[in-house]
Design a binder for this molecule. Structure first.
Ligand SMILES: CC(=O)N[C@H]1[C@@H](OP(=O)(O)OP(=O)(O)OC[C@H]2O[C@@H](n3ccc(=O)[nH]c3=O)[C@H](O)[C@@H]2O)O[C@H](CO)[C@H](O)[C@@H]1O
Ligand SMILES: [Mn+2]
Length: 491
């Protein structure tokens, strides 16, 4: 029994449907019944032998040349219908005999389907759209081959002229394309190598500071680490010089989102002026000011690397809705804009002023801030939403801390996920005619029960002097401004 050394591959070209490309070692011949004005003649070689040193060979049309050598291999050959589409788009089919494509085999089925598809389609221009088939089995058909004695033998030389020309031109184009691509990749790799070399040239300046003491924790009066290993940031627990150096190397840009809708624009001046003094000093900052009154945004002198971006948005009649819609707007803008402009987002209330350093020590994948009114409270005192009907519901035996709605952040991706989730939950509540007790803050707290922050800011980062000045509070970095609710809300 004759067997090719390996299962042959063949391709039916859509570019030039008169062509079948054969892999080295494959055998092909046209069926004599196909003799018409155009008959086809295969190109191949000895069974199991080479048909050329290239992996693909086109079968070439031999106009008006019936005959040829009878094939000694006929009984083992199988067939596939091949369609030739002429330049005018007319198709004509012929039967091409191939080795190793047994009847009823999946490969045979594929070939039949493909040729059917070909006949319905005019010549397609793309080389890459060649249909590729693999005859997966070596089980060969015996005896009653339609080829009989009058099969056309395969003439090697035919492959080197005519149709081969076009094929080689495309092939050349293909090779040129590959070389160009390789050159580009080389440039890319080179660039990256240079970038890596730059990194290797990082200087190691002396770093002189007090050594950390394992047996003398810097703070023993407060919790500095959660049970899920998120640091809680208190004065004395970190060294800003080390952190600034780390973040400077990364050339991080921080986005600070703040909403000043309706009368709340009056808070912007103090907010921005104090931010320039204390917020992320020495780092790149974009202030994203959401407002319905862009003309009332004050001009504040900014240090280098810091920008104000005014984003005009609509207002809502109720202050609660304004506060809650921040989630929707932050998530939308994160997706459309912030993701391209900053690494981290810090989202805060506007009725505040910075009073001390708020720097890169706050940055982490996802961070929240302990509410000044509840940092020492027990679970049952937390003002979580307790009605199961609300999406913000937190059962009485869950939760770690009570977080403030007025200061959270993280990477743009994390903030996007948080704000999107909270907004969606608020929309469900709205449809069910329920509003969480502390609005967006309730939803934020619910989220943090199940997606734990990777860093937590102590109440130093959101303090209200109405709470007094407890001993543990070494700094008051961001302070709530007293405001006349009746005069400012819903105005
Ligand atoms: C410090 C803190 O944790 N504050 C939270 C607390 O409310 P507050 O009592 O601090 O709420 P608020 O009056 O400051 O409103 C929240 C924020 O919404 C914006 N705003 C509101 C009304 C308006 O007319 N125009 C306007 O721009 C503004 O940025 C304001 O800072 O609870 C709210 C939900 O009840 C929010 O979760 C706040 O973040
Ligand atoms: Mn506020």
């Amino acid at each position: 029994m004759l067997r090719p050394r390996r299962a042959p591959h063949f391709w039916v070209s859509q570019d030039r449907p008169a062509s079948v490309f054969l892999r080295k070692g494959a055998i092909a011949v046209t069926h004599p019944a196909a003799s018409g004005p155009d008959s086809y003649r295969g190109l191949g070689g000895a069974p199991g032998g080479r048909i050329g040193h290239r992996s693909c060979w086109p079968v070439r049309s031999l106009l008006g040349k019936p005959g040829g050598l009878p094939s000694p291999f006929a009984p083992e050959w199988d067939c596939v219908d091949l369609v030739r589409v002429s330049r005018t788009g007319r198709s004509q089919s012929t039967r091409l005999l191939l080795a190793s494509c047994p009847p009823h085999s999946p490969a045979r089925q594929q070939a039949v389907c493909a040729t059917a598809a070909l006949s319905g389609e005019p010549a397609a221009p793309s080389f890459s759209r060649m249909l590729r088939y693999r005859a997966g089995s070596n089980k060969l058909r015996n005896s009653s081959s339609p080829l009989g004695e009058s099969g056309y033998a395969i003439d090697k030389d035919q492959g080197k002229t005519g149709g081969v020309k076009g094929y080689l031109t495309k092939r050349r184009l293909y090779v040129v394309g590959c070389i160009t691509l390789l050159c580009f990749s080389f440039g890319f790799v080179c660039n990256h190598t240079c970038f890596l070399e730059d990194l290797l040239q990082v200087k190691l300046p002396r770093m002189i500071y007090t050594k950390p003491q394992i047996l003398k924790p810097s703070r023993s009066d407060v919790l500095t680490m959660t049970p899920w290993f998120a640091p809680i940031v208190w004065e004395g627990t970190y060294n800003s010089e080390i952190l600034n150096e780390q973040f400077r190397r990364r050339n991080v840009t921080v986005g600070l989102t703040v909403f000043a809708i309706k009368k709340y624009v009056v808070f912007l001046k103090k907010f921005l002026e104090t931010a320039e003094m204390y917020f992320m000093v020495g780092h790149r900052v974009n202030y994203y000011i959401f407002t319905d009154r862009p003309e009332e945004v004050p001009k504040v002198a900014l240090k280098e690397g810091r920008n104000v971006v005014v984003l005009q948005v609509q207002n809502y009649p109720r202050w609660q809705e304004i506060s809650m819609r921040r989630m929707e707007l932050i998530s939308n803008f994160s997706q459309q804009r912030f993701i391209n402009e900053v690494s981290y987002l810090v989202c805060v209330d506007v009725d505040m002023r910075f009073n001390d350093q708020v720097g890169v020590e706050i940055l982490s994948n996802l961070f929240g801030t302990l509410h000044p009114g509840f940092y020492a409270a027990e679970r049952q005192s937390f003002t979580y939403e307790r009605r199961p009907a609300s999406q913000a519901y937190v059962p009485s035996d869950e939760g770690d801390f009570y977080y403030a709605g007025g200061f959270f952040g993280g990477t743009v991706m994390e903030v996007y996920m948080l704000t999107k989730k909270c907004h969606e939950a608020m929309m469900v509540d709205k449809a069910n005619g329920i509003e969480a007790i502390w609005h967006d803050e309730s939803h934020l707290n619910k989220y943090f029960v199940y997606y734990k922050p990777t860093k937590i800011l102590s109440p130093e980062y959101l303090w209200d002097d109405n709470m007094g000045r407890p001993e543990i509070l070494k700094k008051r970095r961001f302070l709530a401004l007293p405001k006349n609710h009746a005069a400012i809300r819903n105005k």
